[in-house]
Design a protein around this ligand. Sequence first.
Ligand code: FAD
Length: 406
Amino acid sequence: GLTGQRGWTRAWRDRAPRPAYDVVIVGGGGHGLATAYYLARNHGLRRVAVLERGLIGQGNAGRNTTIVRSNYMLPGNREFYEHTLKLWEGLSQELNYNLMFSQRGHLALSFDPGFRDAFARRYNTMRMTGADGRWLSRSEVQARAPYLDWSQSARFPIEGGFLQQRAGTARHDALVWGFARAADARGVHIVQNCEVTGFLREGGAIVGVETSRGEIRAEKVALAVAGSTGPLAAKAGLGKLPLETHKLQAFVTEPLKPIVHQVISSARQGLFYMSQSDKGGVVFGGEIDGHPSYAQRGGLETYSEVMSKAVSLAPFLARTRLLRQWAGVVDMSMDGSPFITPTPIPGLYFNAGWNYGGFKATPASGWCYAHTIAHDAPHELNAAFSLDRFARGRELDEEAAGPVPR
Ligand code: FAD
């Protein structure tokens, strides 16, 4: 249908690498591109390059289930995630790019008094610290989501739920393209098909990168490679990190008429989350695969697990056809919280550990990482996301604080 179209200009330019930059960001996913944008926008840096080994947005940024929420409770996390939600609320205008951010609400199902108590603590804390959230009774949840299993024989009887109305979904590719276009317009170089294979050193400092397209010098090198962090960080000399890479799978049905009007999440017997895309497909997912892996493909075991959960909660799914199943490789930190931090190696900066939830974090991650790189010190919003927090006994274990976030 587009074959007759003429005269379209590129949204952003695919540059040849220069021999030197002020800042080189490794990884052209959402976080790398957002960081480049905010380095240019907030800190006036222009000689910035994003080096991507393939094509931008083909890692987790283009594979996620697009849920955006800020239902975090622990100090350190909650301010950061609320900041990201606030950025999302103005981002389509800021980037002049329709991110299709839809605040259709995120509904966390409650199944028993234990769930309710833990949720009440979480959502009350959120309300007291500037986020939104409220309890919905069983009948209120049923009115919003009649497609869930409300029968007497339901495997997971639902007693109510907690709603964050400002949460929702967005178009993941649009986030990548929007940041890429805005960064490019501010002079950032986006260099595709440029794999970072090693690091240039002088004394104890990192002063650039070796790439599949030659050496590139930089005053500052910032990693943002998500599931590929371990091997690259080892080459940089960061040693063994509190991180593991696992596959996370997702699924989408054939397009249906609008039926799922919000994001649904359940933490009963493992994680499950579901929403309906603007094309009509019901998109859903569950837990990570149990073993570490760098393979970006799905598998039968997780498929069976997620399907049984899907059908138990929303029986209509048994009558739909599955259109696609895919996987990304997510960077799982040992306490479920991320890292945005300078490192002990001069010239090297570190961003990773996004677990199940780095898509929603993209704007604030870029915003905070840019600050950290520009000032050689974290912003107060990412001060808790240090690498040495395990050594200091300052883990941020949000999951241990009660159901929902991971
Ligand atoms: P990526 O897009 O993975 O970017 C990293 C980039 O680095 C890649 O493009 C890769 O090619 C590049 N790279 C790697 N090594 C090198 C190298 N040596 N040289 C150059 N480039 C390199 N989060 C949410 O908030 N909500 C969700 O609903 C959600 N659902 C998810 C569902 C699935 C199935 C998956 C897989 C993830 C989900 N996530 C979700 C998590 C989220 O997608 C990630 O946390 C986030 O995208 C990670 O940041 P990124 O976009 O920068 O990563």
